[in-house]
Design a protein around this ligand. Structure first.
Ligand code: PLP
Length: 315
């Protein structure tokens, strides 16, 4: 681990060197259904660089620091949790950051844009079609025109390094308790792929898609693994808890999140964890999980996104 990153882990992160807590939720419905529901509080890792965004960035940052990368370039929407985390990490670790942002430069910046620009990230606003084209560059040196010292980080931080960081969730869980099922929200499904890559022996991994028409995510998960790799089949993606599409919301979702927060004292985000948790409780209601099953949901963070009501954004 590079000195600067180790120092950041030691001094800045609440759970940089030790496992984030996993706690048991209790309520009458869980007792009644006899499902043990636990939550892994990755949202508590840090107030800015939290959840799966820290997990996915950790080894990319280490690689950058160890390999004379001076600028990390990435892409995201005007509410992106990924860019928010990257910009903050760059500032802390003295790495330059730059981003392609989807859509025209807004007259009034979202709280996310304001932050990332304050953190020193260079912002380049591009059209939606240009944005879509950037998605084809999946390797760190593939961005057209990339210079020496620059590192291209694809959408959602989807790299090998990300899988490595996410896999540490599973090793932490193993040191904490054995779970029958792990639940996680999916955007690009990089986090899900990381959990799958960690070889979870007895656990089944359920992804909950934040996007509509997410069947393609199954292939995307496969694409993370080299040909010939025996991808385990202990995972699946629930496609029906997107609430109308990415970042779309309705009263039913918001009410559920409010009740959840009142009951368990834990805030969820509107784009990912709120929808996943709604799905988990819906499945519990439908007796999807076996009696006595021990389920853990990963709180992937994303709470900075709750600062706005606008519904036009991308993770
Ligand atoms: C980005 C994000 C996700 C989606 O992660 P992927 O690895 O892209 O699937 C899930 N939850 C939160 C809170 C996020 O910010």
């Amino acid at each position: 681990m590079h000195d600067r990153l180790q120092n950041f882990l030691n001094t800045e992160l609440e759970y940089g060197n030790k496992a984030s807590p996993v706690i048991k939720l209790s309520s009458p419905i869980l007792d009644f259904k006899q499902v043990e529901l636990w939550i892994k509080r990755d949202d508590l890792i840090h107030s800015v660089i939290s959840g799966n965004k820290w997990r996915k960035l950790k080894y990319v940052l280490n690689h950058a620091l160890n390999n004379r990368v001076d600028t990390i370039i990435s892409m995201g929407g005007t509410y992106s949790n990924h860019l928010h985390a990257l910009a903050f990490a760059g500032k802390q670790l003295e790495l330059k950051t730059s981003a392609f942002i989807r859509g025209e430069k807004p007259a009034i910046f979202t709280p996310t844009l304001r932050d990332i620009s304050d953190f020193g990230m260079e912002l380049n606003f591009i059209s939606r079609s240009e944005y879509r084209e950037l998605r084809q560059y999946k390797q760190n040196d593939q961005l057209p025109g990339i210079l020496q010292g620059e590192y291209w980080l694809p959408e959602g931080g989807a790299t090998e390094f990300a899988l490595q960081g996410v896999a540490e969730i599973v090793s932490e869980l193993h040191s904490q308790l054995l779970f029958d099922s792990i639940c996680v929200p999916c955007g690009t499904a990089t986090t899900l792929a990381g959990l799958v890559s960690a070889e979870v022996s007895c656990s089944h991994i359920y992804g909950f898609s934040a996007l509509k028409n997410a069947a393609f995510l199954n292939q995307d998960v496969n694409n993370f693994f080299v040909e010939g790799y025996q991808l385990p089949d202990n995972w699946s993606i629930e496609p029906d808890y997107h609430f109308g599409g990415f970042a779309k919301q309705n009263d039913q979702l918001l009410l559920f999140m409010e009740e959840f927060e009142q009951t368990y004292g834990i805030e969820l985000d509107k784009v990912y964890t709120g929808k996943m948790m709604y799905g988990v409780f819906d499945l519990i209601q439908r007796d999807f999980f076996k009696k006595g099953e021990r389920v853990v949901v990963i709180h992937t963070g994303g709470l900075q996104g709750n600062r706005t009501k606008n519904s036009d954004f991308i993770g």
